[in-house]
Design a protein around this ligand. Sequence first.
Ligand SMILES: [Zn+2]
Length: 132
Amino acid sequence: METVRTRIRKNDIVQVVSGRGRGKIRADSGQERGKRGKVLEVDKVKGRAKVQGLKMVFRHLKQSKDPQKPGGGRIEREAPIALANLIIVCPKCDEATRIGVRMEKQERDGGKIKTRRVRVCKKCGADILDRD
Ligand SMILES: [Zn+2]
């Protein structure tokens, strides 16, 4: 399946930036621009991510026979935001930043060398490690 290339991973802190459409503010980023949150999940197929507390939508529930949730109601949940509208926030310098990648060679047991890609903040040079 075709997937989007992204450096954004689950549990990263991201900031919403305006859409890249020419001069056009994308409906899904406009009101959340500048806000930050933690990535809950990344959908590489759709090129979108859910970010904790951002772009909340209400889902209306129908009257339910479930005694746990009588009378239906509505729940609030995150709607997916386009990855192109998200930028990673560096945990060290706290800047919404561009990310570089550094190759790091690690020697494994038995002398095998494995290359690991480490994301690096382009502003302060700090490694941005996966947080999970
Ligand atoms: Zn940084």
